[in-house]
Write a protein that binds this ligand. Structure first.
Ligand SMILES: O=C(CO)[C@H](O)[C@H](O)COP(=O)(O)O
Length: 228
């Protein structure tokens, strides 16, 4: 699984603290990425010790891991409510706006995270920034990739088709679509950019998560900082 800037101990601390929030009977959104994976493993241990939960995976990868960990699963289209979602982020600002989609899973992540009564972001300090500035992933229908890239240029951005590391050709999402990574520099108004991207024909979902997160647990070298 993809790893990024922070240490595994920082990620694990944040994720295990978030997993401690989960109570028996809960329906739990299971995020994607190396930090969320620590939460899934912690929940797997808790299930083994008797915690009774249903997990809602946000990707093929989180479903496979949760299965290995023995967490009972239910698909997102089979639930009406989610009690808590625990998910990672590629970057977050002081208002808990996020950039997600480093694992190309942001479309289902957004469905699950937005459904949750409580969406907890788990991250290491390398993800925290004053202003969002990483490339924003767009999941696009294959037919829309050229038109969507042109629209990104009109919005003063630069779109790059995400290529696969282990095969020739593009990354294909769990939904059969392509990903454009879009550089906009410093994003001063994430809400406005999110609205523009959502209005672009053929964009299935973008990786800006504005106003969705309730808290962020940031694992440090000696504890967890909570932002809310
Ligand atoms: O949005 C995501 C996947 O689409 C991940 O949550 C994000 O990429 C963070 O991953 P990691 O914890 O491995 O840094």
């Amino acid at each position: 699984m993809k790893t990024t800037g922070g240490t595994d101990d920082q990620k694990r601390r944040a994720a295990e603290r978030a997993a401690d929030l989960v109570e028996t009977g809960a329906t739990v959104g299971l995020g994607t990425g190396s930090t969320a994976a620590f939460a899934i493993r912690a929940l797997g241990r808790a299930v083994e010790d008797g915690l009774d939960i249903r997990g809602v995976p946000t990707s093929f990868a989180s479903r496979e891991l949760a299965r290995e960990e023995g967490i009972p699963l239910v698909a997102v289209d089979e639930v009406e409510t989610i009690d808590v979602a625990i998910d990672g982020a590629d970057q977050l600002d002081g208002d808990l706006n996020l950039i997600k989609g480093g694992g190309a899973a942001h479309a289902r992540e957004k469905i699950v995270d937005a459904m949750a009564d409580r969406f907890v972001v788990v991250a290491d300090p390398s993800k925290v920034t004053e202003t969002l500035e990483r490339a924003v992933p767009l999941e696009v229908l294959p037919d829309a990739r050229t038109a969507a890239a042109a629209r990104v240029s009109e919005l003063d951005g630069e779109a790059t088709l995400r290529r696969a590391e282990r095969k020739d050709g593009p990354v294909v999402t769990d939904n059969g679509n392509l990903v454009l990574d879009c550089e906009f520099g410093q994003i001063s108004d994430p809400e406005s950019l999110a609205a523009d991207l959502s209005a672009t024909p053929g964009v299935v979902e973008h990786g800006l998560f504005v106003g969705l997160a309730d808290e962020a647990y940031i694992g440090t070298d000696d504890g967890v900082d909570v932002q809310s």
